[in-house]
Ligand binder design. Structure first.
Ligand SMILES: [Mg+2]
Length: 191
């Protein structure tokens, strides 16, 4: 099996809309659209933002996030080409939250799609998790610009899923895509 490294939220699963629904249920409103910074989007103090994200990521909601864009149709196709995904996610260190995430991924994409799941602390840096893959030239799929740059710095082939709030960012080492169909085509063409 060939391995592809990937982030989860905003790549495989639609964290943002589930979080928004959960916030609305608690009386919060989105005051700024199109920003990655949730403290700006929901007008929260930085500490409070971390608290609500941690609470959400440790909630039972984590077992039932919906697939991101076309992920449900395309991700299972990779197994037919001999690929499996190693998921590296800064969701939570709570082992039961991790079990819910694994359940969610297996439920949406099928357990054959995955060869590993590494759960880091909420919002944590991914440097140490990527270190074993330094200079392997594996694909690394992210939606967070800093993590895509980190992957490129570590000798990975970074692909970034396009979100409106990072259109002005540019790095010649990072391939920008809109969906999983494009990721599939890039990887198939470069085999
Ligand atoms: Mg993400």
């Amino acid at each position: 099996m060939k391995k592809i490294l990937t982030d989860c939220d905003g790549v495989l699963l639609d964290w943002e809309n589930a979080f928004h629904d959960w916030m609305v249920q608690r009386g919060y409103n989105k005051v700024v659209q199109g920003t990655y910074d949730l403290s700006v989007a929901y007008d929260l103090h930085h500490e409070h933002k971390h608290d609500v994200v941690t609470e959400f990521n440790n909630s039972s909601r984590m077992g039932w996030l919906h697939p991101f864009r076309d992920a449900a149709e395309i991700v299972p196709l990779f197994a037919e080409r001999g690929y499996q995904f190693e998921v590296i996610t800064s969701m939570s260190l709570d082992p039961y939250s991790g079990k819910l995430r694994q359940y969610n991924l297996d439920d949406v994409f099928g357990s054959d799609a995955f060869c590993g799941l590494t759960c880091l602390d909420t919002g944590a840096d991914k440097h140490a998790a990527l270190e074993p893959y330094r200079d392997t030239g594996l694909y690394w799929i992210e939606d967070k610009w800093q993590n895509a740059v980190l992957g490129a710095d570590m000798g990975l082939k970074s692909i970034i899923i396009d979100h409106p709030h990072k259109r002005e960012m540019y790095d010649s080492r990072i391939t920008r895509v809109e969906n999983w169909k494009q990721i599939y085509n890039i990887i198939a063409e470069n085999e």
